[in-house]
Design a protein around this ligand. Structure first.
Ligand code: CA
Length: 228
């Protein structure tokens, strides 16, 4: 646990959140503007970042986009407005979740816990976290490495990652990946998966997609958790 970074220019609000999180046993660091927040965000491997959207110096959406270029740290956006467009912006910039003001600190703590639980399933000490699928760039990120996938490869990986451990048969994958119900034979699916696994190997994550003999394929994040 390396701690939570709160980037929020409303000092009283930031301190209130900090107190609630401290009470839950988390280590907390505060930043009150976008520029120092961005520097701090990149300075170490945070467990999670709470990021206000409207910030002096650099806004939260820009900061989150920049951060996503180099880091897969979980980010929860704190949005000042409830309009749907803000929610979309929050998600398009690569944030994992968002909370709209006014929120209760308890709600934020609950979101933080949920996000950390999700992350914990994919991480152990030594690894920053598991695979991250970046849909906007068709890229998969593992630690500090990334590789670009084809649309089909990305959809396969995304489908498997949505249900870690669950085995998907080739036919189930075909159903989920091709919206137009075209006829795709299972050998084509095998070929896509082989290419996907070769690409994962280039970022040292080849074990992430496992083949189960006679059954299909699955995402197995635990294979990534070794100390190698
Ligand atoms: Ca603000």
């Amino acid at each position: 646990m390396t701690g939570i970074l709160i980037i929020e220019d409303e000092v009283a609000l930031a301190e209130l959140l900090r107190d609630y999180l401290l009470h839950e046993g988390y280590q907390v660091t505060l930043a009150h503007d976008g520029v120092s927040g961005a520097q701090l965000a990149l300075s170490k491997a945070w467990s999670l970042i709470l990021l206000d959207v409207m910030l002096p110096g650099k806004d939260g959406v820009t900061l989150c986009r920049e951060l996503r270029g180099v880091s897969a740290v979980p980010v929860i956006m704190l949005s000042a407005r409830v309009e749907e467009v803000d929610r979309l912006i929050g998600l398009e910039c690569g944030a994992d979740d968002y909370v709209c003001k006014p929120y209760s600190p308890r709600e934020v703590v609950a979101r933080v816990k949920a996000q950390l639980r999700r992350t914990q399933m994919l991480t152990t000490p030594g690894r920053v976290r598991g695979l991250v699928a970046d849909e906007s760039r068709l890229e998969v990120v593992f630690g500090d490495q990334r590789v670009m996938l084809s649309t089909v490869e990305f959809r396969i990986l995304h489908t498997l990652m949505a249900r870690p451990g669950q085995i998907f048969s080739r036919d189930q994958l075909i159903d989920r990946i091709y919206d137009d119900r075209r006829v795709v034979n299972t050998r084509t699916m095998d070929s896509h998966i082989n290419k996907l696994r070769r690409k994962l190997a280039t970022i040292e994550a080849e074990g992430a997609v496992g083949a189960v003999y006679g059954a299909g394929y699955r995402y197995q994040p635990d294979v990534l958790l070794g100390d190698g």
